[in-house]
Ligand binder design. Structure first.
Ligand SMILES: Nc1ncnc2c1ncn2[C@@H]1O[C@H](COP(=O)(O)OP(=O)(O)O)[C@@H](O)[C@H]1O
Ligand SMILES: [Mg+2]
Length: 287
């Protein structure tokens, strides 16, 4: 007969529930100095969640915010690459793992940093790299809890979470965190994207965390339906539209901060306005 969770908890041997509780307590402590945790989500892959996360982080950092980014996309981590810290060694101290900082001072934690370092510094039981890449479901939640509980974030004005594609992912995150300050939902101007993102909006609204708003990315790439319209129909704020710009993609590939390197491009200005809207929304008290 299969053992149920209740049986395992009751058997006293491994004390799984106790371990999880201790980790959860540590997680709360570690996030104690973080003013706002913001999740960037989309049911759709490839719409620019990671690009938006990295650029938002950089915009906020340019405004002297203390910012951290957690790459919650364990299977396809891209934050270390986009923020230019790939291959950096993680330093383990008594206060946890110190996340490496980008050129603009953004603290980054990503699965990528663990897999690319030779000696895995965390109590992380990933037998092989391949297995690590196929973790799903509860394994993913466990991994994220460890990530959040073992990283020494310090004092931050904002911690941005780059979530993997999928509508269910937000629920995992909200179950782990003491409180989510809000979600930013990303779409691109296509019916296919809107079809999926409409569901993400429903999930985000139901998740209980404030929906800060919708961002349309890759505007002008194809003549699809507008993001402003989708936001209005769903009754959520529209945070702005970021045009398609190959320079943005090239900067990401180089691990460079696009908004700092090319501040005069339309896409950089648009990202700045989105960051302003996010900041304003975070500052607005909610009922
Ligand atoms: N506004 C944009 N203009 C040009 N390229 C973009 C833009 N947004 C994202 N990209 C590129 O599109 C690809 C997918 O973006 P990414 O942020 O990885 O999407 P996701 O995290 O949603 O899967 C990346 O190569 C990225 O550099
Ligand atoms: Mg991504």
């Amino acid at each position: 007969m299969t053992k149920r969770y209740k049986d395992i908890v009751g058997d006293g041997g491994s004390n799984i529930a106790g371990q999880v509780r201790a980790q959860q307590a540590r997680l709360h402590e570690r996030l104690g100095g973080v003013k706002a945790v913001v999740a960037v989500v989309s049911g759709k892959g490839g719409v620019g969640k990671s690009s938006l996360t990295a650029n938002l982080a950089n915009c906020l950092a340019l405004d002297r915010w203390r910012v951290g980014v957690l790459d919650a996309d364990l299977n396809g981590p891209t934050m270390a690459k986009m923020l230019g810290v790939r291959g950096r060694t993680l330093v383990v101290g008594a206060g946890g793992v110190t996340p490496p900082e980008s050129a603009l001072g953004v603290k980054v934690m990503s699965m990528d940093l663990l897999l690319s370092s030779d000696d895995t510094p965390l109590a992380w039981q990933a037998p092989t790299q391949e297995e690590a890449h196929t973790w799903r479901g509860s394994m993913e939640a466990n991994a994220l809890r460890e990530f959040l509980a073992d990283t020494a974030w310090g004092d931050l004005d904002a911690l941005l979470l780059d979530l993997p594609p999928g509508t269910d992912r937000l629920t995992t995150v909200t179950s782990l965190l003491p409180a989510l300050a809000g979600t930013v939902i990303v779409t691109i101007p296509s019916d296919v994207s809107h079809l999926v993102v409409r569901k993400s909006i429903t999930v985000a609204v139901q998740a209980g965390a404030p929906v800060l708003g919708l961002v349309e990315n890759m505007a002008g790439m194809f003549p699809g339906p507008g993001g402003a319209e989708l936001a209005r129909a769903a009754g959520i704020p529209f945070l702005g539209s970021v045009p398609f710009d190959r320079e943005l993609a090239l900067a990401a590939d180089r691990g460079e901060a696009f908004v700092a390197a090319m501040p005069d491009r339309d896409a950089a200005r648009a990202l700045g306005r989105v960051a302003d809207a996010v900041r304003e929304s975070l500052a607005t008290p909610r009922a």
